[in-house]
Design a protein around this ligand. Structure first.
Ligand code: GAP
Length: 553
């Protein structure tokens, strides 16, 4: 469903203008589904990843058992042995249903076809006719011979306008259509209830094929010989790298179940219709945790992660009314999963909530699959439990009992799986505001401001001399040199002070320090708060400690 596209245009323009996000390979016309992060964007993404790593890995909240949560990290190769993806089910099943246009050959995801059609230029143009009142043969024919020929050259009634009277009568029983729905039936001939069947191509109006599964993994060849035996895949998720290293981590660290392994890294999916800015990209980053626990404790850990992950977004500024936790229905759950919750955000590009992160109870499906496919033992042995209980069993039974549950078992996995790029987009959407701020003459002017949480803001403080003379730049530069050793800071002495403030507002910088005439007299500077616009004066020697306190450093 179309959301507030005007908002999205303003946001994308700000992101380009201020160096957050650029189209990938833009000077060559770009490439669909790939994005580059500019100087501010890369800092925003780093801050998101650092906040996640700090809050989930190095300093997670206390667990549901009242104990410290044990977490370790991992950084796996993007290309793995292709057998990983056979065992995980991605080779056989990681696909979307897709139709292709018989005329222009473009691909369309079957479940997105309806929405894409409604957004397409040709459909909107013809639907506009209906909004003005009933549409008759002459009007439809005129459209087909003019706008239709340009926008939807492969649509049936455009190729053969002579069909229009028969189509109208066949569909509506009259020579008029009264609604967009009726119009669509006229345009397509006949509507089928199957997604993707019967509807015309959103690009050119041509006939679409029946939907077919299309594997989303990018293929590549390892080594010099182009042979199917050398086919490998760019990983479509970071999770499998964690599962295949489960035994390594157990054998080389002192972790004990329950514990988690975390990974941040690139993932690649050959999405059929990448769309909505960076929301659905072909190359993106994930932040994933595989948390290994005892089966009987798994629901407590599931509830824990579900809550922790939701609150993480709220704590970093996503407002609760736009953020929701949606439990999947039993019909939506994978066969091995007992529960799954999606953390969803109401992005402005849609009227419907969209997935930001999934928190899934995965049972022991993944470890079972990899144990089977690799013929390696991936069970966990709980030596503490065995030491505690072994005297309860006669010695001749020890060998058998210690190698079965509850002492040896395959841990159950809870998987919170988040996207860095989707999080960045949600934080940007939430932060974008238009309000008013006074210019250098005190006259209120419209301003665009990114009210990013200070932890996420790419620049924490900007330092300005009010004017470029009277010794002010020297004092401001000294403050800047001092501050940048500890905080991402920016120095700017060019242009009117109001414009410098507005540049920083658009970059999301929470504080601006200004050296002015009074600084030269009493050594105080002003600090301006991005959100309240209030300015306070403090001694220049206290700037760093003041910022440290405000930013929690
Ligand atoms: N290991 C589980 C897994 O990968 P997923 O729901 O397919 O689950 C997890 O992906 C998260 O990765 C999503 O919630 C989303 O934030 C992000 N993600 C998935 N596909 C994406 C895409 N095409 N573009 C950007 N982010 C994506």
């Amino acid at each position: 469903m179309p959301g507030d596209m005007a908002f999205m245009e303003k946001l994308t323009s700000l992101c380009k203008r201020r160096g957050f996000i650029y189209q990938s390979s833009e000077i060559y016309g770009g490439i669909g589904g790939f994005w580059d992060y500019g100087p501010l964007g890369v800092e925003l993404k780093r801050n998101i990843k650092e906040a996640w790593w700090h809050d989930m890995v190095t300093n997670p909240p206390i667990g549901p058992d009242g104990r410290e949560v044990e977490m370790v990290g991992l950084d796996c190769a993007i290309i793995m042995n292709p057998r990983v993806w056979e065992a995980s089910g991605h080779v056989a099943g990681f696909s979307d249903l897709m139709s292709s246009c018989r005329a222009c050959k473009k691909l369309v995801r079957a479940d997105q076809l309806g929405a894409m059609l409604e957004e397409s230029e040709w459909y909107q143009s013809v639907a506009e006719l209906c909004r003005r009142g009933p549409v008759g043969v002459a009007e439809l024919r005129r459209w087909a011979e003019t706008r239709g020929r340009k926008l939807a050259p492969n649509l049936g009634i455009v190729r053969e306008p002579g069909l229009i009277p028969a189509r109208l009568e066949g569909t509506t029983g009259s020579r008029q259509v009264h609604s967009v729905r009726e119009l669509l039936e006229v345009l397509t001939g006949e509507l089928d209830s199957k997604p993707g069947a019967g509807l015309p191509c959103p690009y050119c109006g041509g006939e679409l094929t029946e939907p077919r599964p299309f594997n989303l993994m990018f293929r590549t060849t390892v080594g010099a010989v182009e042979d199917p035996a050398n086919t490998a895949y760019l990983r479509p998720e970071t999770a499998q790298g964690i599962f295949v290293n489960f035994k390594n981590v157990l054998d080389t660290t002192r972790v004990k179940v329950p514990f988690g392994i975390a990974q941040i890294g690139k993932a690649f999916r050959n999405e059929i219709n990448p769309r909505n800015y960076t929301f659905r990209s072909r190359e993106f980053e994930q932040m994933e945790i595989e948390f290994f626990c005892r089966p009987e404790q798994s629901m407590a850990w599931y509830e824990f992660w579900r809550k922790v992950r939701y609150e993480w977004y709220v704590g970093l500024g996503l407002k609760s009314e736009k953020l929701r936790l949606r439990d999947q229905t039993p019909q939506e759950l994978a066969h091995y999963s007992r529960a799954c919750a999606d953390i969803e955000y109401l992005f402005p590009f849609s009227d419907e909530f969209q997935e930001l992160e999934g928190v899934a109870h995965r049972g022991n499906f993944d470890l079972t699959q990899h144990a089977k496919a690799s013929s390696k033992d991936l069970t966990y042995f709980d030596d503490e439990a065995w030491e505690r209980d072994k005297d309860k069993f006669p010695p001749e039974q020890h060998k058998e009992v210690k190698n079965r549950e509850p002492y040896r078992f395959l841990p159950t996995v809870i998987e919170p799986s988040a996207g860095v790029d989707r999080s960045a987009l949600a934080f940007l959407c939430e932060a974008y505001c238009e309000d008013q701020a006074p210019d250098e003459n005190g006259v209120m002017q419209p301003r665009v401001v990114l009210k990013l949480h200070p932890r996420l803001a790419p620049i924490k403080v900007a330092v300005f001399p009010l004017v470029k003379r009277e010794g002010m730049p020297e004092v401001a530069e000294a403050i800047y040199r001092d501050v940048r050793r500890y905080l991402p800071a920016f120095y700017d002495e060019k242009g009117a002070i109001g414009r410098r403030y507005r540049r920083q507002d658009e970059a999301g910088t929470p504080y601006c320090v200004t050296v002015d005439g009074q600084t030269l007299v009493d050594g105080t500077v002003t600090i301006r708060d991005r959100d309240t616009l209030q300015q306070i004066r403090i001694d220049k020697a206290h700037v760093l400690s003041w910022l440290g306190e405000k930013l929690g450093k």
